[in-house]
Write a protein that binds this ligand. Structure first.
Ligand SMILES: [Ca+2]
Ligand SMILES: [Ca+2]
Ligand SMILES: [Ca+2]
Ligand SMILES: [Ca+2]
Length: 395
């Protein structure tokens, strides 16, 4: 078999058919950080942040005070979106247009803020003030009027296939988590996305939209001082995900892929780095049966669907024409007596040589890797299975 050809037509067709299958299960988790720092706002509301000031939003992606038709704010102290970054620093408890530290969204306006040195995740954080426990995201709205807001969160690619698509009806990647009001106000992500282990859902941005109410003051719209992730995870450029929970015939293994005939699941481990210049990423497949065959494959998006004796965790990604051409596979490898095989270093060079421009790994892109292998004696009778997956953001 030609090792450079695209993943087999049969597999792609089957994968496409399975792509719409709903599945909800725990993802391999980044652990939320415990312990922490208490941070108080000017009204002396104090909340414990396990990662301290790192927990707050870091970058303005978009600020559009006219998104809902306006009017927008005119008070000079309330038109700078950078005021929404970092820890809360609004200058007065209540106060008026002479106060500083917040940005007004405008009537129906919006702001999108990214977390870059941390990520928002789900969890059950315990707070010194127990009425704040379990809340994952805090929004510090400020000023003399408490204005309602619609809140959305933006999942990482590995979290995306786990979420209910009904919460993102326009498909722009932002998921609605609630209409809230308070100074500050917390959001419990687990109430919106139930059934996931703490730390298993990862989000890198928040969108806050002012609820249209016809206001027209110089600080019209919700006034954002800060946005903090209490449930905060450390970003990683190499992210294992899609472990064996919710497997096709109860063959779960939460530390690997779905259980195979060895009694445990096959694992995909990444070592080396995400540097394309070094091209030193090494993907090791282990925990497979001895003397069988398998291959690594990659795609531009994550998935989460039953497939064979396991879970398919990789998909071609959007806008691939024809469908399936965003999936590429590496050479078929034998596991010999060890139940293992290794791909790399040289993964980037191989992908470019084998797959041309559509399969070339480019800086800033995230690719999702997983291994598929033969297992005729496997527990579900399909004769094949898959490992967990690994997402790598290359640079
Ligand atoms: Ca941060
Ligand atoms: Ca929570
Ligand atoms: Ca306000
Ligand atoms: Ca601020």
């Amino acid at each position: 078999m030609n090792p450079t050809q695209f993943i087999s037509t049969t597999l792609v067709r089957t994968l496409t058919l399975l792509a719409c299958t709903a599945a909800v299960a725990n993802l391999g988790a980044a652990s939320p950080v415990q312990g922490g720092t208490q941070i108080c706002d000017v009204c002396n509301v104090c909340i414990d942040y396990p990662q301290g000031v790192l927990s707050f939003a870091d970058q303005v992606l978009r600020y559009d005070p006219l998104a809902g038709g306006g009017p927008g704010p005119t008070a000079p102290n309330f038109i700078d979106p950078l005021r929404a970054l970092g820890a809360p620093d609004y200058s007065s408890c209540g106060g008026g247009s002479s106060s500083t530290g917040a940005v007004s969204l405008g009537n129906g306006g919006l702001i999108e803020l990214a977390f870059t040195n941390n990520l928002l995740t789900n969890g059950n954080p315990v707070q010194s003030n127990p009425s704040y426990s379990n809340l994952d995201l805090w929004i510090y709205e400020a000023g003399g009027v408490t204005e309602p807001m619609d809140v959305f969160v933006h999942p990482l690619s590995t979290t995306l296939p786990l979420l209910n698509p009904a919460l993102d009806p326009d498909g722009d990647g932002y998921y609605f988590v609630g209409r809230v009001s308070g100074q500050p106000v917390g959001v419990d992500l687990d109430a919106v996305f139930p059934g996931f282990a703490p730390g298993s859902l990862l989000f890198d941005a928040v969108r806050i939209v002012d609820v249209l109410n016809g206001g027209s003051s110089s600080t019209v719209g919700a006034d954002i001082d800060a946005v903090g992730a209490i449930s905060s995870a450390t970003p990683t450029v190499i992210q294992p995900y899609c472990f064996g929970v919710g497997c096709p015939c109860g063959n779960d293994d939460a530390n690997a892929g779905c259980r195979n005939s060895t009694g445990a699941g096959g694992r995909l481990l990444a070592t080396g780095t995400n540097s394309l210049a070094s091209d030193d990423l090494v993907l090791t497949v282990q925990g497979l049966p001895a003397r069988t065959f398998g291959f690594l494959f990659m795609g531009q998006a994550a998935a989460h669907a039953p497939f064979a004796d396991g879970l398919r965790c990789v998909s071609p990604g959007p806008n691939q024409t024809p469908a399936g051409t965003g999936m590429f596979r590496f050479p078929i490898r034998a596991t010999a007596g060890t139940g293992a095989f290794v791909e790399g270093p040289g993964i980037a060079a191989f992908a470019q040589a084998a797959s041309g421009t559509t399969g070339t790994l480019l800086p800033g892109t995230t690719w999702h890797f997983q291994a598929h292998y033969r297992n005729p004696a496997g527990p579900c009778g399909s004769e094949s299975n898959l490992t967990n997956a690994v997402a790598v953001t290359f640079q």
